[in-house]
Ligand binder design. Structure first.
Ligand SMILES: *Cc1c(COP(=O)(O)O)cnc(C)c1O
Ligand SMILES: [Zn+2]
Length: 500
């Protein structure tokens, strides 16, 4: 390692030491609980928790510009524990010894500028941050690295042993949970609950491949979540859903990376996030707030949360402008291609409600917005993005649909730069693309395929269909040459190629 060549002012800080004084705080009754407990909701009032650091003011003793330098130089380190989300150790989990940190390649995802063509079509400059390039192909790995590291920390400290970790999932949480727990080996086993027929086959294959116990349950995600909650109050299990406040801490890394990706300049930036359980948007706002309070960034970006009209409880909640009059009402979801965000009763609703107020107050103006989009627009935007060199999933399409809508409503202007969360890799949701291309999207989705967007393979067969190559019987040289010429001519004809 080249630590010796690092600048003097950051040398003492470059390898983080265990510090901080973390605790859980209830969002309902404000009671505080020690961090060394497996705790998901307040034992007094059953409300969700957030993790705070009593020593957070210590972070301000280091000037913002020095923090920036620390994080920039940390990028050069080769210590596995610091290569992912824990580059921001002091802000993510300062109590965590490096030996307890699990790193499977999460975080540090690329920020890809929208192609020239796409920028012109949409009418402003924007970027996709490709969180589908995480190890289990979604952003959930960020929070999972944090939550599973926190379990390893408790195991290492001999506070717990032989853990059974459980979660309910719209697909990606279970993939991440199964991956990270399997890495820890037999000390921790995982069980995941999935709504039957409501996750893609790729998402189902992931926890199966990682060796988790997979239970499929009739109903939707919200029903699975109730079962997991019931289990976690009656049995000694570790909950890996975003109820677990460690998940939120880990997901804050998304904001820290954006700040660093844009060289700490958040002026005229808008960050666009799809909302399901609302864990991610809570974490993203929290992350920017922490960096703002530590003077690492000098302004807060706009935050735009997007929901499909088929599953929009958070959008509905914020329709009421007077926050003292807002009342949360869960919705019954309808089918959505943004299936990972198809949630009617978001677990993190109290967190969003709380953090939005704080965010707007710090920004000094309304800085968090909620947008509702149509299924048609989600699907068409995803296909448009991917035809222009991106790898957006349906939720990434939802972000682009949200951006288009935000421009229309004047929430962003073309003088701003938007950063869209491509929350998972396109291939996880290719089943929806497939249904669209085959014009087989079930009615409830309210999507009519645009013929221009449809793309299907063409099977090219030779005139003589008995003369085709096979692994069992090779063609004779002459026949094979004929086959090659015949097929080439047919392709050339389809592509309108002329002999040069
Ligand atoms: C989980 C998930 C979401 C929604 O995030 P929340 O934290 O539940 O709001 C969006 N997109 C993808 C791909 C997801 O896996
Ligand atoms: Zn409480």
């Amino acid at each position: 390692m080249m630590l010796d060549s690092f600048p003097e002012d950051i040398k003492p800080h470059i390898i983080p030491r265990v510090k901080g004084d973390l605790y859980y705080k209830c969002l309902g009754c404000s009671l505080e609980y020690p961090i060394e407990k497996l705790l998901y909701v307040c034992p007094e009032c059953n409300e969700v928790l957030l993790i705070h650091d009593r020593d957070a003011k210590e972070l301000k003793k280091i000037p913002g510009a020095v923090w920036q330098k620390i994080f920039n130089f940390r990028k050069m380190l080769t210590i596995p524990a610091l290569k992912g989300i824990y580059r921001y150790h002091e802000f993510i989990g300062p109590c965590m010894p490096l030996e307890s940190i699990i790193y499977l390649g999460e975080g540090n995802t690329p920020v890809i500028e929208a192609s020239q063509n796409l920028k012109e079509k949409i009418g402003l400059s924007f970027f996709y941050k490709n969180d589908g390039q995480n190890p289990s192909a979604s952003f959930k790995d960020r929070g999972m690295a944090s939550a599973v590291s926190s379990i390893k920390y408790l195991i290492d400290k001999k506070i717990i042993s032989d853990v059974i970790a459980v979660c309910a999932s719209t697909g990606d949480t279970s993939a991440a949970a199964a991956l990270y727990t399997s890495y820890l080996g037999p000390k921790i086993k995982s069980a995941v609950l999935l709504p039957h027929n409501k996750v893609t086959s790729q998402q189902l294959s992931q926890p199966l491949g990682s060796g988790a116990r997979v239970f499929e349950i009739p109903g939707v995600f919200d029903d699975c979540m109730k079962i997991v909650e019931h289990l976690s109050t009656r049995y000694p299990v570790a909950l890996l859903n975003s109820k677990n406040a460690w998940r939120i801490l880990g997901q804050e890394s998304y904001s820290y990376e954006i700040a660093q990706d844009f060289e700490w300049d958040m002026k005229d930036k808008a960050v666009i996030i799809p909302i399901g359980n609302a864990g991610n948007i809570s974490a993203v706002m929290n992350g920017f707030i922490k960096f703002y309070e530590a003077d690492i960034i000098d302004c807060l970006p706009k935050i735009i949360g997007v929901q499909s009209e088929q599953a929009d409880p958070v959008f509905q909640y914020f329709l009421e402008p007077d926050d003292s009059k807002r009342k949360f009402i869960p919705v019954d979801t309808k089918p959505s291609v943004a299936q990972a965000a198809m949630i009617g009763n978001p677990v993190s609703m109290p967190r969003v409600a709380h953090i939005v107020k704080q965010y707007n107050r710090l920004a000094g103006c309304e800085h968090v917005f909620f947008i509702q989009v149509k299924e048609q627009s989600i699907m068409d935007c995803q296909l448009l993005a991917n035809r222009n060199g991106h790898i957006a999933c349906t939720q990434g399409g939802e972000c682009l649909a949200g951006l288009v809508q935000a421009l229309k409503q004047g929430i962003v202007t073309n003088r701003e730069t938007a950063i869209l969360d491509a929350t998972a890799h396109a291939i996880k949701f290719s089943e929806f693309q497939d249904l669209y291309f085959k014009s087989k999207i079930p009615q409830g989705y309210n999507i009519t395929p645009d013929p221009y967007n449809i793309n299907l393979p063409s099977l090219i067969l030779p005139d003589n269909q008995n003369l085709v190559p096979s692994q069992k019987k090779r063609l004779k040289k002459k026949d094979f040459e004929k086959f090659v010429k015949d097929i080439s001519d047919k392709i050339a004809e389809r592509l309108n190629l002329k002999i040069s």
